[in-house]
Design a protein around this ligand. Structure first.
Ligand code: EPZ
Length: 419
């Protein structure tokens, strides 16, 4: 339960260091189960989802030390057992434990994954692939049991470049006999980061970042003590950049892996913001925004990410003219349209299309958070609205993914408090 009090009207100026990526560190934590040794993760974001995932690893017998942005996982000894409860039901990425445990011990019994309610979010791609690798699967009402003494590598064609399914198949394939090829794989930077860690464990994995990934399985990884630094969170960086566009100002975000920001920052350039790049930062300057954006379509990486769609909507509602967003990844990701309408926005939703007519300005309101990125988007709206906005995050979505959104926006000149 959390409530954010935002007073709009301040422009944003200054510099912030972008946290490690939530969607990179969660698969990295699952991968640590493969290593019969210590896995040390630097630049680990201090967020609720990491704590949930740590609880799951501890339930499996891992020893964990977490000191702000350093996470040490000792998976030398694990004690396989059924895992479920709040940690599993809250975090979508808990499903990645399945692939890792199948590789390590050939068995897993796990509750159904949770995550933001932005659509049905089925898991058929994951388990269809496991079955093709020889895994026997029993589906229960509240979970699934998977078993296989020795998975066989094979060629898997994903019907859609699912991030989680790609990651889960990679993790399982590390323990399969022979070669596994994933065609139609997701290309997200977070998958590249996962494969970098697996290579440090001594696993032969090639093609990460492309749509064809090849993994050569091997048993009993004693990678020894491996250290890895988590890539920056491109969605958090994009959230702050979009806040600077909506509230106007000039901010610098320090971030590793700049090329992954391209599809996120391009729309801001089209809207008239100035984007500058350095070795380890980008700078966004925005004094005013030109007419509407035409049409933006969410797509798998390297397309415009669905995780930035709500934040983009919060920017476009005060851009003169008409803009159109097409959400192609999830079927229920327009929750915030109704909340922005309460603040004076003019948005028409029809199926997966949102048509936005820019208004002069929003006014402060009491609004409700329905998912992680929508919550961050409502804070952006509050920062650029006239008056005070109360963002009611009853389920604590925002701090599942943002390490210090209040501190960061305060440091940049925003007027925001939190209780
Ligand atoms: C990951 O979710 C991210 N989460 C999401 O970020 C992100 O929005 C999503 O990828 C897309 O980029 C993490 O990495 C922890 P998918 P994931 O499998 O893996 C369908 C955030 O805010 N599908 O790529 O669950 C699915 O319904 C979160 O940080 C199947 O049909 O997403 C969706 O329409 C939100 N069957 C599409 O594929 C399956 O078996 C993409 O889902 C799997 C997926």
């Amino acid at each position: 339960m959390a409530v954010y009090y935002v007073e709009g009207g301040n422009c944003l100026f200054g510099e912030c260091e972008i946290q490690g990526s939530k969607n990179a560190v969660l698969p990295l934590m699952a991968a640590a189960l493969l290593n019969e040794g210590y896995t040390v993760l630097h630049n680990c974001p201090n967020i609720k989802d990491v704590h949930y995932m740590s609880d799951i690893l501890c339930d499996l017998g891992c020893k964990i030390w977490h000191d702000k942005n350093l996470l040490i996982i000792d998976a030398t000894e694990i004690s396989p057992g059924a895992i479920g409860g709040e940690s599993v039901s809250n975090v979508r990425a808990s499903i990645l434990i399945a692939g890792a445990m199948l590789s390590r011990v050939g068995h897993v019994m796990i509750g159904l994954p949770g995550g933001c309610r932005i659509g049905e979010r089925p898991t058929d791609f994951h388990f269809d692939a496991f079955e093709k690798m020889g895994v026997s699967i029993i589906h229960y009402e509240d979970g699934v049991e998977c078993e296989c003494d020795r998975m066989k590598g094979c060629e898997i064609n994903l019907p859609f470049p699912s991030v989680g399914a790609t990651e889960n198949i990679i993790l399982a394939a590390t323990g399969a006999e022979g070669i596994t090829i994933i065609n139609g794989a997701a290309r997200e930077p977070e998958i590249v980061d996962l494969c970098l860690l697996l290579q440090q464990f001594g696993i032969l994995v090639e093609g990460a970042g492309t749509s064809r990934i090849t993994i050569k399985g091997s048993k009993g990884l004693t990678g020894g003590d491996v250290a890895h630094s988590v890539i920056s969170d491109r969605i958090v960086a994009g959230t702050y950049a979009y806040a600077a566009a909506a509230a106007k100002g000039c901010i610098t975000c320090k971030i590793n892996n700049l090329p992954m920001m391209e599809s996120i920052l391009n729309p801001l350039s089209l809207l008239g913001c100035k984007i500058e790049y350095g070795n380890d930062y980008f700078k966004v300057t925005c004094h005013e925004m030109h007419n509407g954006l035409g049409s933006i379509v969410t797509a798998p990486y390297p397309g415009f990410p669905t995780d930035m769609q709500s934040q983009l909507m919060s920017v476009l509602v005060t851009v003169p003219g008409k803009s159109v967003i097409e959400e192609n990844i999830f079927e229920k990701r327009y929750h915030i349209a109704g909340e922005l309408a309460k603040m004076g926005a003019c948005i028409h939703i029809k199926n997966d299309i949102a048509v936005i007519e820019g208004v002069d300005c929003l006014h402060g309101e009491n609004v409700r958070v329905c998912d992680l990125r929508g919550g961050a988007a409502l804070i952006i709206a509050g920062l650029c609205a006239k008056g005070a906005t109360v963002v009611d995050d009853a389920f604590g979505y925002i701090d599942r993914g943002y390490e210090n959104i209040v501190g960061d926006f305060t440091r940049l000149g925003g007027c925001i408090q939190y209780e």
